[in-house]
Design a protein. Structure first.
Ligand SMILES: C[S@@+](CC[C@H](N)C(=O)[O-])C[C@H]1O[C@@H](n2cnc3c(N)ncnc32)[C@H](O)[C@@H]1O
Length: 233
């Protein structure tokens, strides 16, 4: 997969998420030990949503970030956007998802007018994008002045004593368990490949700044293997 570039890579990613959509949530819980739920709560707190805010979640998948947003702020207007229809189909019947407006779109070309959202979130989406700076430029474009972009993502494992354990976990355990649960082992070799290619929190911060976001900060989670970045327009 790593040899694929540009639209071919995007096409591969889309097909892979379509195939694993039925097992995605359960794998998420297993791989993070359920911690992803707490991270999503953090993402919404950091979005700092006011009354009747409009929130866009890019690469929303099965919609868990927006379901969390609606729990914290029942009056928030939520739009979930993803280019894999099958992932969103899995999200629609979930409890709490009935108020989400679902939208099939590529994160690199969002079909929304300028300055139409108070906050834009994404969870585990950015590492899949073939042009990350363009994705953040789009998020910035649709954001109202003063609004926030919040990005939850896996980071390149830091060079410390735990690094071999993380690499073993991502490279061996995840494909094995993912294969057992979904019968799609190749799909779960994509995750370690995309993590090995992924960025340090500082590298991601620079990309967000290049896309025009300001005051970019991040917090590290899960022994620095996950980070939440926040930037402002
Ligand atoms: C790992 S899942 C994350 C789902 C969800 N945000 C979560 O937190 O669980 C990545 C999602 O990104 C979507 N995705 C990847 N590249 C995309 C793109 N260029 N445009 C829109 N969605 C994309 C995939 O379809 C998939 O649903």
């Amino acid at each position: 997969m790593t040899h694929l570039q540009g639209p071919e890579r995007a096409h591969y990613v889309q097909g892979m998420f379509a195939r694993i959509s039925g097992h995605y949530d359960v794998m998420n819980r297993l791989m993070t030990g359920g911690r992803d739920l707490a991270w999503r709560r953090d993402v919404i707190r950091l979005a700092n949503l006011g009354p009747d805010a409009r929130l866009l979640d890019v690469a929303t998948g099965t919609g868990d970030i927006l379901i969390e947003a609606l729990k914290q702020h029942p009056d928030v207007q939520t739009v979930g956007s993803d280019f894999t229809f099958e992932m969103m189909t899995r999200g629609k019947p979930k409890a709490g998802a009935e108020h989400i407006a679902w939208n099939t779109a590529d994160a690199l070309h969002l079909p929304f007018p300028d300055e139409s959202f108070d906050a834009v979130t994404s969870g585990f989406g950015v590492r899949n994008f073939i042009d990350r700076e363009q994705a953040f430029r789009e998020q910035r474009r649709v954001l109202k002045p003063g609004g926030r972009v919040i990005c939850l993502e896996i980071s390149k494992p830091p060079k410390n004593l735990l690094r071999p354990f993380f690499l073993f976990f991502f490279n061996k355990i995840v494909p094995f368990v993912g294969g057992l649960i979904s019968g799609q082992r190749d799909a779960y070799t994509y995750l370690p490949q995309s993590v090995n290619e992924f960025l340090t929190p500082d590298e991601l911060k620079i990309i967000m700044e290049r896309a025009g976001l300001r005051e970019v900060t991040y917090k590290r989670l899960m022994m620095s293997t996950v980070a939440i970045h926040v930037g402002r327009k």
